[in-house]
Design a protein around this ligand. Structure first.
Ligand code: HEC
Length: 139
């Protein structure tokens, strides 16, 4: 009897572990979807090759934009930063909570918005967390 209780306990724990892992994978998949299909972060943050195709192995590593506005825009930024955890920005901002807050408020840790053409996203916490979970899977 005790063995049976032990075995069922172990099975339950195993299943719970799988569920937690599945939830984590769901979050990353949702974050990738939000980043790529809704926020279109890669259009500005992923480098492109000479054919103009996104270089997936350098996803979100930052780039020089290949377009400028036809009328002058104050404080225009022609480069976008590396937004992967390996980049200097994450180090400077001290980790993922700052990145989550930034996507929720549009304000950097200094309380300022980023310069154009970076959009000031005001996401729900769960969406910002999902995007950050996805960014954390990038090198
Ligand atoms: C239309 C182009 C564009 C899109 C789309 C875009 N970015 Fe940016 N992003 C930029 C540029 C340009 C900068 C540099 C602005 C600056 O340094 O003030 C930037 C800066 C940032 C910064 C640093 C902000 C700062 O002030 O240092 C973060 C973080 C960021 N982007 C994350 C994202 C994420 C996440 C997405 C998608 C959800 C995204 N960006 C979509 C162009 C873009």
């Amino acid at each position: 009897m005790r063995d049976l209780v032990f075995i069922s306990g172990a099975v339950i724990l195993l299943c719970a572990g799988q569920l937690v892992r599945a939830a984590g994978e769901d979050k990353v998949a949702r974050g990738k979807y939000l980043a790529e299909e809704i926020g279109k972060c890669q259009e500005c943050h992923t480098p492109v090759n000479e054919k103009g195709e996104l270089e997936q192995e350098k996803a979100m590593k930052g780039r020089v934009l290949n377009w400028t506005p036809i009328t002058p825009v104050a404080d225009w930024h022609k480069t976008s930063p590396d937004i992967t955890p390996a980049g200097r920005l994450w180090m400077r901002w001290g980790g993922e909570e700052a990145m989550i807050k930034y996507l929720m408020t549009g304000l950097t840790p200094r309380g300022k918005p980023a310069g154009p053409p970076m959009p000031a996203y005001k996401m729900k916490r769960e969406d910002a967390e999902a995007i950050v979970a996805y960014l954390k899977t990038l090198k």
